[in-house]
Ligand binder design. Structure first.
Ligand SMILES: [Zn+2]
Length: 139
């Protein structure tokens, strides 16, 4: 499917976040890593929120983490998502430290705080792939 024909909301790809989107398309979760203090960060930012260094690189991380918080979304805020409710939003603490918000892939029910999850990559339109998390066996 062409991105222009995709009815759901998609973030803009910018020069700053392009490595993140390129990583998802390649089946990798890539985060910025501060060159000064070594911390990973999400979302991308021009400065490290810990030490304010402007030097960073992009690195693939494990995609492993634990559910820090979650909720079930029932509200249909956008017509294009009406066929997906209810779904579980999850806030995942990655093994590398950052918190990432996304959706739990393909499993209805109640997630558990502290449960192990791993990143999965769902191609959606054009060259776009989105990040989701799964409690199932890692690929
Ligand atoms: Zn830093």
């Amino acid at each position: 499917m062409d991105v222009a024909a995709y009815a759901k909301l998609l973030p803009d790809i910018t020069p700053r976040n392009k490595p993140y989107w390129d990583g998802l398309a390649a089946g990798e979760l890539r985060l910025q890593k501060c060159a000064a203090c070594g911390r990973h960060r999400f979302p991308d930012a021009p400065l490290c929120p810990e030490c304010l260094s402007g030097e960073s690189s992009w690195e693939a991380v494990s995609g492993a983490g634990t559910i820090w918080s979650w909720c079930t979304m029932h509200q249909k805020y956008f017509a294009a998502f009406a066929d997906e409710v209810p779904y579980q939003l999850v806030y995942v603490r990655l093994a590398e430290g950052p918190l990432v918000i996304s959706v739990l892939a393909g499993e209805p029910g109640e997630p558990e705080i502290g449960r192990q999850v791993h990143a999965v990559f769902q191609p959606i339109a054009g060259d776009r792939t989105v990040l989701k998390f799964s409690t199932g066996a890692a690929a």
